[in-house]
Each structure stands twice: as C-alpha cells, then as structure tokens.
Write a protein that binds this ligand. Sequence first.
Ligand SMILES: Cc1cc2nc3c(=O)[nH]c(=O)nc-3n(C[C@H](O)[C@H](O)[C@H](O)COP(=O)(O)OP(=O)(O)OC[C@H]3O[C@@H](n4cnc5c(N)ncnc54)[C@H](O)[C@@H]3O)c2cc1C
Length: 414
Amino acid sequence: MSLTVEQTCIIIGASHGGVSAAFALRKEGWQGSILLIDSDPCLPYHRPPLSKAYLTSSDNVQPQIIKPEASYEKNNITLKLGVLVTNFDKENQVVSLNNGEALNYDKLIIATGARPFIPPITGIEQAKNLFALRTQADVEQIREAVTHSKHKRVVIIGGGYIGLETAASIKKLGGEVTVLERESRLLARVTSPEMSDYFKQLHISNGVTIETNQNVKSIQNIDGTQVVCCENEQTFTADIIIVGVGIRVNQELAQQAGLTVENGITVNEQCQTSNENIFAIGDCAYHHNKHYDRWLRLESVQNAVDQAKISAAVICGKDVSYDALPWFWSDQFDVKLQMVGLATGYDDVIIRKEVEEASKFSVWYFKGAELLAVDAINHAKAYVLGTKLIKNKTVINKTQLANEELPLSIDNLT
Ligand SMILES: Cc1cc2nc3c(=O)[nH]c(=O)nc-3n(C[C@H](O)[C@H](O)[C@H](O)COP(=O)(O)OP(=O)(O)OC[C@H]3O[C@@H](n4cnc5c(N)ncnc54)[C@H](O)[C@@H]3O)c2cc1C
C-alpha cells in the first residue's frame, strides 16, 4: 500500500512496545496520523526501574520517561492518555474509547501488554496495604506505605524476578522483608537450581527472609494484626503485602474482536495478527522464535522494542521479519544479572567462576553440544560472548569453558 497523509495508525498501549512503534513508524516513513492511546494517565515511562531504582528513590524524583513530551509533538504523534480502549471492530476498522469517542484506523497495533495476576487467596480483597507492582502509581503507593509504616513488616508473595527485585529495594528502604515462594526454590519457572541458590543466598545475606514451599491460602486480620497464612499452617505478620505471582495477558480486546488468541495474541513473523491490518507486539504477542523453533510469549523490554520496529517497518511496506534472541536483565542489591537465550530443555550446565574476580560468574546451558543460554552475574563479557556464540550456533569446547584457569575468550572456547 502507498503511504499517504490521510491514513491513520492507532496504537493501543503506550509503553515500551507502543511508544517504540510510534517513533519507528515515523522513521520508516509513515505519513499519516499516529494515535497512541493508554489508560495510564502518566507520560510513558520505563517499567524496569519501577521495582529497582524508582522504588528506592525519594518522593520528588521523577520516573524515567521513555521519550520527552516534546518529542511526541515534534514527530506529530498524538498521545491520548488516561483513556481506555473498550473494543475495536475489525470489519469497520473502528476503535471505541471509554470517553465515547470512536476512531477509524487503517492500521492498528495492539501493544496492551499484561497486568498483574491477583491469585484467589481467601481474604485478599479485604487485605490492607496490599499492592501489585506494574505501574508508576503502584510504586508510589508502595513507597508511601513503607515509609509511613511503623514496623515495616513486608511480605512479598512470589519469589520471581519482580518479587526479588522488590524485596531488595524494600530492604534498602528499611523494610523487614519476607518472601513467600510456593515452589521449592526461587525463580523456579525461569532459571536453573544453581541460579536459584545463588539468589537465595544473596537475599539471605542481605537480611531478607526467604521461605520456600509456602503456598499462601489466606490473609486474615487477627486482633487487629494482618497475617498471611500458608497451607502448612505457618503464618507471617504483614503490615504491607506485595503480590508478585505473574501476569495475565491483556488479550481480551483481541479475543472479543475475533482475532486468533492462544497464549497471547497470535502473530506471524511480521507481527501481524490473523487480520492483515492489525499487529500485536510486546508482552501480549504470541510469536514463533526462529532460533529455538518454538512458539512463545516474552516479557522483556527488548522483545517489545524489537517487535515494535518490525511491525512499523512491515506497515510501511518493508520486507522484514522478527528474528531475535531473547535477553533480559535483573538488578538485585549490588548484583547485575544478564541473561541471553532460552535454557528450556537443557541437559548440561557449566558454571564458571572467574579466578581474578570472585563476584563474577556465569552459567552456560547446553543441549548436547548446542549452547542454549547464558546467565551472567556481574559479568558483561560472558553475556556478550554468550550472545555471539548462541546467535552463530557455534559449537564450543566445553572442557576449555569449564577450565577456570583459562581466561574467558572466543579463542579459548572455539
Ligand atoms: C516492575 C517491573 C520490572 C521489570 N523489569 C524488567 C527488566 O529488568 N528487564 C526487562 O527486559 N523487562 C522488565 N520488565 C518487563 C517489561 O517492563 C515488559 O516486558 C514491557 O513493559 C512490555 O512492554 P509492552 O509495551 O509490551 O507492555 P506494557 O509495558 O505492559 O504496556 C502495555 C500498556 O497498554 C496499556 N493498556 C492495556 N490495555 C489497554 C486498553 N484497553 N486501553 C488503553 N490502554 C491499555 C497499559 O496501560 C500499559 O501501559 C519489568 C516489568 C515490571 C512490571
């Protein structure tokens, strides 16, 4: 299709995916209008710092915005914030908003991401000072609650990345933090037992209480004290409760409109849904990863930005397809974790500690001879090297990798 000024692209969701798509459209030569809509009233901001630096910052520190306000104007991108898209009609190409507006589109990008999952725990609806952590407003409320709490006893339900990052940040704010994890180890869904142990020790040594095999069954008010009760009858007093047990994909709009939806909104390599004028990107997109030949949904900034660029280029007539390696990072206390690849299905692990610097180590996951993924702790070199080797499907010398006397280098590994 030829690009004209009369055309309109509507983007639902103005976060990492939506904002990147809007700017990428301009870069690719989209001439028409761009409407970027989000129910969150705040100028689009980075989410990763929410559980990290923003949570521990003082009240007057502003969140890290994705683009300055003036950039939207300069690029002729119309931001509609604080309005919810209630539905869209793919036959008539109309998006309806909760303020009564109905807007026509030529192309639609769904970047609706995900929302926290609130588990059906008895008493959760009556609980006091209970929060999830997904938005700027959530963090501001948590910070305020911790600051003003007398005893600052914080129970975090869920020992995944968000739960652990929040635990580290609240510890810095002076909280007495307990993490309750249902599985037998932390991060069970996303990493190896070796990494789980590492993070458990890191948190314990920083004064966080870690309780695994704790399935929360109710939240009760006993004589004015709020208590989190687990299936094994153990109880934990909580002035503040934070729920970090995963997300639910915001896929209902797509589902109601009749698009194909599986574990997220199904898209092809061009990020196109089952309707050729509608694209889905970021946390809400269920896509095929070429490198691992697997269908998946990723929750990472990099994936949202990569898919945004692909969808914008395709809309502007470019012949491109999505082909990226997943990567992710997490900061807890003074530790930086960088992960590349997908470790699922690994049958061999090599753990490497660097002789010259005790704080650096890396975990290398293999399936047979194939390197699947690398987790690097305070070790940017291992992460960069791992990325290169995974991308090129290089077969590496495992014996040399395991030999900590040899410096980590491409020459020593190949
Ligand atoms: C606390 C926290 C820490 C994180 N840390 C990291 C990290 O260290 N590294 C990393 O790579 N990733 C991290 N992530 C994940 C990362 O932030 C997400 O993968 C990324 O935000 C996905 O971007 P997205 O645009 O797809 O969706 P989202 O960021 O979820 O944005 C979707 C937007 O759509 C809007 N929306 C939804 N439905 C509607 C509707 N009907 N009408 C209007 N607007 C709507 C929402 O308000 C929201 O703003 C973290 C996430 C959180 C919450």
